[in-house]
Design a protein around this ligand. Sequence first.
Ligand code: ATP
Length: 277
Amino acid sequence: MKLLQAINLTKKFPNKLAVNNISLTINQGDLVALLGPNGAGKSTTLNMLIGVSQPTSGKIIFGDKSASIKDYKNEIGVVFQGSVLDANLTVKDNIMTRAHMYTRTVQLNSLIKKFELESIWKQPYCSLSGGQKRRVDIARALISSPKLLFLDEPSTGLDIQTRTKIWEVLNQLREDTGLTIVFTTHYLEESENADYVYIMDQGKVIAEDTVAGLQQKYTQNVLQLDYLTGETTTTTLDNKDEAIKILVKNAKLLTNFEYRPGTMDDVFMNLTGKEIR
Ligand SMILES: Nc1ncnc2c1ncn2[C@@H]1O[C@H](COP(=O)(O)OP(=O)(O)OP(=O)(O)O)[C@@H](O)[C@H]1O
């Protein structure tokens, strides 16, 4: 079921066409990635979807009707790239101040537990590590029990363990509550977990599909076989099942093999001719 649609969204700044006529469909329950290099227009797109910035043209449909942000602001949670929390307040005060603003809230205790906030509950926000801050930011965005969570570059600057931990919690939440998540990223490996990916470059969506669909369209899986005779062959294949068939058939003739599935790095490179970073 479609939860949010953006149709022909464009954002022109005085000297920059930041977003150029893009359309997105966010289905309920999906994890959707907006992937692209610096300056691709990801944050500008997100800002229009959350009402921080007005589109120059285009429209947004929430549920089944054309919407302005006031129609759906209670249904969304947002985690910005830079935190909006009060640096001098404790985690508790930041969270509780927010909780008092809403009549419909999640079970705070379960949120505190999920994001492991107990041990930092009385610490000032400014004294937290990057990963701890991000956990508090996300927990705060979920207090109003939103249907749709927007995350702008959720793991930029975080180490791999912290990133993995945050995604574990978010995936658990998706499983438990059916939460829909839209996130921007320039980490290719992060986009590989998404249900649907929009690849942006220079203000445009240059490709969109599931990860498997993108890999199918824009990459090749390569099987290299090293034979007892010393010969080496390289073959491109549609999928790993074909590789398994070839390997089984030739098992006795081989000294070694390597199977390299197409990656999101290859997808981006094939689409743009450049690396994402
Ligand atoms: N307020 C503004 N005025 C003028 N130009 C802007 C403004 N905001 C963004 N831009 C420009 O629009 C383009 C897209 O910026 P945007 O921040 O959306 O990119 P991004 O894909 O989110 O990049 P990053 O990954 O670095 O956050 C950039 O060239 C940026 O300089």
